[in-house]
Design a protein around this ligand. Structure first.
Ligand code: FES
Length: 146
């Protein structure tokens, strides 16, 4: 099956029920997308599919046939995306494990809602962070929105 991964046509010849996360990490070698829970709860595996956030652990790769998938590596070539710059400026990560998923969720939110309120951020950002960086994440989203 074929899909677009970070703007490049990609072919996957394995089991089409393989979770998208493992195709991204194992077949494509893009390890910025993380495995946390494997059941769609934590958001560490968040990517964009046709611009919408999706938890890649919970969908078979067949569900993205012909669609466009973007991972953290595809956001920008040099971490110059405004959300990444805000994350760096506000020193958001602690351990960092969940942060690529957080950034993917935040960029999807800002695309839909360029100036989100705190309530809109809290509603859209259901990803989990064990270091509880939620306050800095919210601040960085506001900063990126300006
Ligand atoms: Fe996919 Fe937790 S690893 S939601």
């Amino acid at each position: 099956m074929e899909f677009i991964l970070n703007r490049r046509p990609t072919t996957f010849n394995g089991d089409e029920q393989t979770p998208l996360l493992w195709v991204i990490r194992e077949s494509a070698g893009l390890t910025g997308t993380k495995y946390g829970c494997g059941i769609g709860m934590c958001g560490a595996c968040t990517v964009h599919v046709d611009g919408e956030q999706m938890r890649s652990c919970s969908v078979p790769v067949s569900s993205v046939a012909g669609r466009s998938v973007t991972t953290i590596e595809g956001l920008s070539s040099d971490t110059s995306h405004p959300v990444q710059l805000a994350w760096i400026k506000l020193d958001v990560p602690q351990c960092g494990y969940c942060q690529s998923g957080m950034i993917m969720a935040a960029t999807a939110l800002l695309k839909k809602c360029p100036k989100p309120s705190d309530a809109q951020i809290d509603e859209a950002m259901s990803n989990l962070c064990r270091c509880a960086t939620y306050h800095r994440i919210r601040e960085a989203i506001h900063a990126a929105a300006n």
